[in-house]
Write a protein that binds this ligand. Structure first.
Ligand SMILES: Cc1cc2nc3c(=O)[nH]c(=O)nc-3n(C[C@H](O)[C@H](O)[C@H](O)COP(=O)(O)OP(=O)(O)OC[C@H]3O[C@@H](n4cnc5c(N)ncnc54)[C@H](O)[C@@H]3O)c2cc1C
Length: 382
């Protein structure tokens, strides 16, 4: 077994780390405080091919593998989890389904601006009544000549307030539950009948907007249908497998920031006349964090490697997402504890890490749903 990274993977990781340390980390607290979409940073990331890492160069992406994507996303999320969320959705939830299910013409039209970071992409599946169970979605798409007419409201859509492009799930056959779902790709700026609804106030990842998308007799060209009609649910399951590798990476990045900052603080903070690192209680917290984060990172890289090598990775992705987000949440709570009162205050970034970590246990399938996915795979002998 070879754990060594290729030259290209190392190069991407270093490039992402440099960008993260010099241009993202210094402004992360301000972006969080102002709930500001990091438009300039996203543009720069696009120029460096980080917004469409695995998109072939022909369609404006980086033409790299998913291991490179994981390595880069960990670095970006370590500096700013909100920017990590935007990057993850752009790559995994917008670019991937267009790449996997789009025709050459759709890829030429819908990938370059988003993979190049000029425009942002989003993925709209969730609705008020359809979260963990997307078969309850109500948004409909009815063909009318050379257009689809879309009606419905999507909820909690990452980057929905700033996105120019979207992949949207809608029912093309009512009464068939998940078997009637199809996916559509669209240019939101050229979709009459579309508007952004409420932008949520959240606990964390505040620089990443979370918005409602409202479609009222919205008209999408007939060629907006992604892949075949009624195959949206199958497409969604595969898209979310990759997305979960992204969320696992985001979690590992947040966890790495927690560990670095807790360690740095504990080495210099003195109580009872000694650095707090001399207390076994603190040492054990740091040791647990480091061990669990290494395990989470290895699981995440394994899932990406399986994907890159064309092997089944649904279970590995669910395990990585669940484990990485659970250990990062635990690490963040302990990180605040290690900093004591300072951990609870905004003078240090630790409280932000704790707020940001929580979402990784919820989106792209809650960790309860991850356990269902893992158990279903086990029962089927996969
Ligand atoms: C900040 C943010 C960003 C998001 N971004 C996007 C996005 O870009 N695109 C998008 O489409 N969606 C997005 N979502 C939606 C997100 O994926 C859903 O919130 C998530 O899947 C859970 O759905 P829900 O909130 O409706 O919870 P529910 O499904 O109502 O779940 C409530 C609780 O019940 C549990 N539960 C439900 N079913 C089961 C079961 N069968 N067994 C055991 N427990 C169960 C859940 O685990 C959870 O604890 C985002 C959400 C947030 C908060």
């Amino acid at each position: 077994m070879d754990f060594a990274l290729t030259e290209e993977q190392l190069m991407v990781k270093d490039m992402a780390r440099r960008l993260a340390e010099t241009e993202i980390k210094p402004v992360a607290a301000e972006l969080d405080e102002n709930h500001e979409h990091p438009a300039e940073i996203v543009k720069k990331m696009g120029e460096l091919k980080l917004m469409g890492i695995a998109v072939p160069e022909e369609y404006g992406g980086g033409g790299m593998d998913n291991v490179s994507y994981v390595l880069a996303l960990i670095e970006i999320s370590k500096a700013c989890a909100s920017t990590g969320a935007i990057m993850s959705v752009n790559n995994s939830l917008y670019c991937y389904p267009v790449m996997a299910y789009g025709t050459h013409e759709q890829k030429m039209k819908y990938l370059p601006p988003v993979a190049g970071g000029e425009k942002t992409g989003c993925y709209a599946l969730t609705e008020a009544g359809a979260g963990s169970d997307p078969s309850g979605l109500l948004t409909s798409a009815i063909q009318d000549g050379d257009e689809w007419i879309i009606n419905g409201e999507k909820k909690f859509i990452t980057s929905g307030n700033v996105a120019s492009y979207a992949v949207v799930a809608a029912l093309t056959e009512k009464g068939k539950g998940y078997k009637g779902i199809s996916s559509f790709v669209m240019d939101l700026e050229k979709t009459p009948g579309f508007k952004v609804g409420r932008v949520e106030e959240k606990l964390g990842i505040n620089a990443s907007g979370t918005a409602e998308l409202i479609f009222e007799n919205a008209r999408v060209p007939v060629d907006g249908l992604l892949g075949n009609k009624s195959e949206g649910f199958k497409q969604m399951l595969t898209t979310l497998d990759g997305g979960r590798v992204g969320i696992a990476s985001q979690a590992v990045g947040i966890g790495r920031a927690v560990l670095d900052e807790a360690l740095e603080y504990a080495k210099v903070r003195e109580q009872f006349g000694k650095p707090i690192t001399s207390f076994q209680a603190i040492q054990w917290k740091l040791a647990d964090m480091a061990t669990e984060l290494d395990a989470a990172e290895l699981m995440t890289l394994r899932a990406a490697w399986l994907e890159d090598n064309g092997k089944p990775y649904e279970k590995a992705a669910a395990m990585a997402k669940m484990y990485a987000s659970d250990v990062t949440m635990r690490a963040a709570v302990e990180g605040v504890q290690i900093l004591g009162g300072y951990g609870y205050c905004k003078e240090y970034p630790m409280e932000r890490h704790m707020r940001d970590a929580k979402i990784c246990q919820i989106y792209e399938g809650t960790n309860e749903i991850m356990r269902l996915v893992i158990a279903n795979n086990l029962i089927k002998g996969k």
